[in-house]
Design a protein around this ligand. Structure first.
Ligand SMILES: Nc1ncnc2c1ncn2[C@@H]1O[C@H](COP(=O)(O)OP(=O)(O)O)[C@@H](O)[C@H]1O
Ligand SMILES: [Mg+2]
Length: 259
């Protein structure tokens, strides 16, 4: 019955679903260092886009612009249908609660236990995204990443892979619509990288999030990306599916697919 109703809606009207992220002609320079020159990218709802590119090319700057941590010099940036440049402090804060950010360094608070690290966003949930018992949410977040037993450990007691898992659990704890991953497998051994890849895939399916994943990890890109975008010279230099890009003969691209 519900399906029939939906079919009717689809046939009779065109409901244009807004993209989750729409970046147009983004520019960002630090003095004479032009990092983003004219970067455009549209990420549809539910889409998983991998961004690749050499170190220092501007990948982290790009996602910092998306969450409003860095102000671009030009261009427009719409996230979840809002123009980032037009948001006041409160609105920006509210929008950020809808975006999970997995920092490259995991960025756990070293003086807090795992429980306290996960509690932190819940206690600061000023916009009441999450209802119910805080302890239940912490347990579920840990279960999601297979680390329930680590609840009372300090970050210094965790392995690199465990820190990443806790970073991911924390990024997802407020049920974000968008998750941004900054090099989630960099610095991990191949087996742990594969585990983190599988974890990201599982969470993508479970929570149906939209994501941007910055990575050099070609296995992660192959498994997680609906689309791969290469950032070079401040622009989206090339993009396509994994299968399209492995057949690309541009040396700038083939370079990334060498193992
Ligand atoms: N706060 C900053 N001030 C000045 N330059 C910066 C700052 N943050 C990053 N940069 C420069 O911007 C460029 C892109 O950095 P980044 O986005 O971190 O690269 P990556 O692609 O490795 O993530 C680099 O040249 C870096 O030195
Ligand atoms: Mg970076």
């Amino acid at each position: 019955m519900i399906n029939a109703t939906l079919d009717m809606v689809n046939e009779s009207t065109t409901i244009a679903s807004q993209p989750a992220i729409e970046i147009q002609h983004l520019k960002k320079a630090f003095g004479s260092n032009v990092v983003l020159r004219d970067f455009s990218l549209t990420v549809q709802n539910g889409e998983n886009v991998v961004v690749m590119g050499k170190s220092g090319i501007g990948k982290t700057i790009l996602i910092k612009c998306i969450i409003g941590l860095i102000k671009p010099d030009g261009g427009t940036l719409h996230v979840l249908e809002q123009d980032i440049s037009k948001l006041d402090h409160r609105k920006l804060d509210e929008l950020r609660m809808r975006i999970g950010f997995v920092f490259q360094s995991s960025a756990l608070y070293d003086s807090m236990t795992v429980r306290q690290n996960l509690e932190f966003p819940l206690r600061h949930d000023r916009h009441r995204r999450i209802t119910g018992n805080i302890e239940d949410h912490i347990r579920e977040a840990l279960r999601n990443v297979g680390l329930e037993h680590a609840i009372n450990l300090m970050p210094s007691e965790l392995s690199g892979g465990m820190r990443k898992r806790i970073g991911i659990a924390r990024a997802l704890i407020l049920n974000p619509e968008i998750v941004l991953y900054d090099e989630p497998t960099t610095g991990l051994d191949p087996i742990t990288s594969e585990e983190i890849t599988q974890l990201i895939l599982g969470l993508q399916k479970k929570y149906k999030t939209t994501s941007i994943i910055i990575t050099h990890d070609i296995d992660l890109a192959r498994e997680a990306a609906n689309r791969i975008v290469f950032l070079m010279d401040g622009i989206a230099y090339a993009q396509g599916t994994y299968d399209e890009l492995i057949h690309n003969t541009d040396p700038e691209i083939t370079h990334f697919f060498k193992r």
